[in-house]
Write a protein that binds this ligand. Structure first.
Ligand SMILES: Cc1cc2nc3c(=O)[nH]c(=O)nc-3n(C[C@H](O)[C@H](O)[C@H](O)COP(=O)(O)O)c2cc1C
Length: 140
């Protein structure tokens, strides 16, 4: 079955971190029903998320996410067909990145230390996928 993988970045409105738990709750609940898997990272007011699943489901989910007033400035970094899921264990894995991650991953830290570096990740979207996979593996 053809699978679509989509990676985007966005900004949490008002850096209102009290919203994070309910965002994750609705993501997991819907994704279980829609056959979507992925990973959501939060750092310094920004999100980096990967969605994967049947192309129509991923597109419909991303459209709904774009309409969500809790964040803004959504920007797609990567949209590609994949043969298999990279995040198949997670309806939506989640990690909030902090100083301990900067210390553990000094090479990657410039991409996430002060929120996600949209411009750098857009230029090298493979790095965005690597970051998501790196933190996802750390959860297993
Ligand atoms: C950063 C962010 C990531 C989200 N990720 C997902 C997701 O993976 N899947 C999903 O269905 N909704 C996701 N949502 C939530 C949707 O935007 C939307 O609020 C939700 O699907 C509405 O459903 P509900 O009213 O039943 O909670 C996300 C929202 C934000 C702000």
């Amino acid at each position: 079955m053809a699978l679509l993988q989509l990676i985007y970045v966005s900004d949490l409105v008002g850096r209102d971190e009290a919203q994070l738990a309910s965002i994750l709750e609705s993501a997991v609940r819907h994704n279980r029903e829609d056959g979507i898997t992925g990973m959501l990272l939060y750092s310094g007011g920004n999100f980096l998320q990967v969605l994967e699943g049947a192309p129509a489901s991923v597109k419909a989910t991303y459209q709904r996410i774009c309409d969500d007033p809790r964040h803004r400035n959504t920007m797609v970094l990567l949209e590609q067909d994949v043969d298999e899921r990279h995040f198949g264990d997670w309806s939506m894995g989640y990690r909030q990145l902090g100083p301990e991650d900067v210390a553990r991953f000094p090479e990657q830290a410039p991409y996430f230390q002060y929120g996600f570096r949209n411009d750098a990740l857009r230029a090298k979207p493979g790095e965005a996928l690597d970051l998501l996979e790196m933190f996802c593996k750390g959860m297993l």
